[in-house]
Design a protein around this ligand. Structure first.
Ligand code: B1M
Length: 210
C-alpha cells in the first residue's frame, strides 16, 4: 500500500520534493492516481485546513503545504479521469470590483482545488457583470467573492444583485469572505455562506456543493 501517512506528514511539513518523490513511488508501485489524491493529498490538506482554523498552522506553512499539493497534482493530473479532479464541483472565484487584495483569495482557491473543485479564478477588481458572465460560461456551482476593504464590501451586494438580475440565483450558491466580512453581513446581503479563513472556506464550499 502507498505510504499515505508519509505523504501527509511531508505535505504538512511543506516538503514538496519529499511529497513528489513519494507520489512518484506510489505510482510506480501501481497505486491509482485518484487514490493517491484522495487518501494522501486531500486528506493531508484537510488536516492542514483544520490546523489553520485551530491556529496550529500559520499562513506561510499553509502556503507551503498548498504548493506541495499543487506540485503533486501536476504529476497526477494527466493520470486522473475527467471527474476525479473537479468531482467536488465548479467554483468561480474573484476579488470584487475596486479591491486589489488577492493573497487570501489565492489561498482559498488553492484549498478548494486541493479539495477537488475546479476553480476558475477571475483575479482582482472583478466587476459584477464579469462574475455573471463567468458563472454562465463555467456552469459554476459556487461563486466565491473576496473583499479586504470595508469600502468594497457593498460591491458584494451589487454582485449578488447582478447575479439575481442575470437569472442565475437559483443555480449558483454564493459564498463570501475576507477580513472585514462577517456572518451577519453575509446574512444581510443574502449570501449562502461565509467563511473566516481558507480552511473553513474549503469546508463551506464542500457543504454548499453537497
Ligand atoms: Co491593503 N489594506 N490596502 N494592501 N492590506 C488592508 C486590508 C488593511 C486592513 C490595512 C490596514 O489599514 N490595517 C486596510 C483595509 C482597512 C479596511 O478597509 N478595513 C488596507 C488598505 C486601507 C489598503 C489601501 C486602501 C491602502 C492605500 O492605498 N491607502 C489599498 C487599497 C488597494 C485596493 O485594493 N484598491 C491597499 C493596498 C494593498 C497592497 C496592494 C499594498 C497589498 C495587497 C497585495 C495583494 O493582495 N496582492 C495590501 C496588503 C498586503 C494588505 C494587508 C497588509 C495584508 C492582507 C493580506 O494579504 N493578508 C492588510 C492588513 C492585514 O490584513 N493585516 C491590508 C493575508 C491574507 C492571507 O489574509 O486576505 O485576510 P486575508 O485572507 C484570509 C481571510 O480573510 C479569508 O481567508 C484568507 C486566508 O485565511 N478570506 C476568505 C479571504 N477571502 C476569502 C473569501 C472566502 C472565504 C474566506 O470565500 C469566498
Amino acid at each position: 500500500m502507498a505510504d499515505y501517512d508519509g505523504i501527509m506528514q511531508l505535505l504538512m511539513a511543506g516538503d514538496s520534493d519529499g511529497v513528489t518523490t513519494k507520489v512518484k513511488k506510489a505510482l510506480e508501485e501501481g497505486t491509482a492516481a485518484g487514490e493517491i489524491l484522495n487518501n494522501g493529498l486531500i486528506k493531508g490538506m484537510d488536516i492542514v485546513g483544520d490546523k489553520m482554523q485551530s491556529g496550529d498552522m500559520f499562513i506561510p506553512e499553509v502556503l507551503m503545504a498548498a504548493k506541495c499539493m499543487s506540485d503533486a497534482v501536476e504529476i497526477l493530473k494527466p493520470l486522473l479521469g475527467d471527474d476525479a479532479v473537479g468531482a467536488a464541483g465548479r467554483v468561480v472565484i474573484g476579488t470584487v470590483k475596486g479591491d486589489l487584495h488577492d493573497i487570501g483569495k489565492n489561498l482559498v482557491k488553492m484549498m478548494m482545488e486541493s479539495a477537488g473543485f475546479v476553480v476558475t479564478d477571475l483575479g482582482v477588481d472583478v466587476a459584477p457583470e464579469d462574475f455573471v458572465k463567468a458563472i454562465r460560461e463555467n456552469e459554476a456551482d459556487i461563486v466565491a467573492l473576496s473583499a479586504l476593504l470595508t469600502t468594497t464590501m457593498p460591491m458584494m451586494q451589487q454582485t449578488i444583485d447582478a447575479i439575481k438580475e442575470g437569472g442565475l440565483r437559483q443555480q449558483v450558491k454564493i459564498m463570501i469572505g475576507g477580513a472585514p466580512v462577517t456572518q451577519k453581513f453575509a446574512d444581510d446581503i443574502g449570501a449562502d455562506g461565509y467563511a473566516a479563513d481558507a480552511g473553513s472556506a474549503n469546508q463551506m464550499a464542500k457543504t454548499l456543493a453537497g
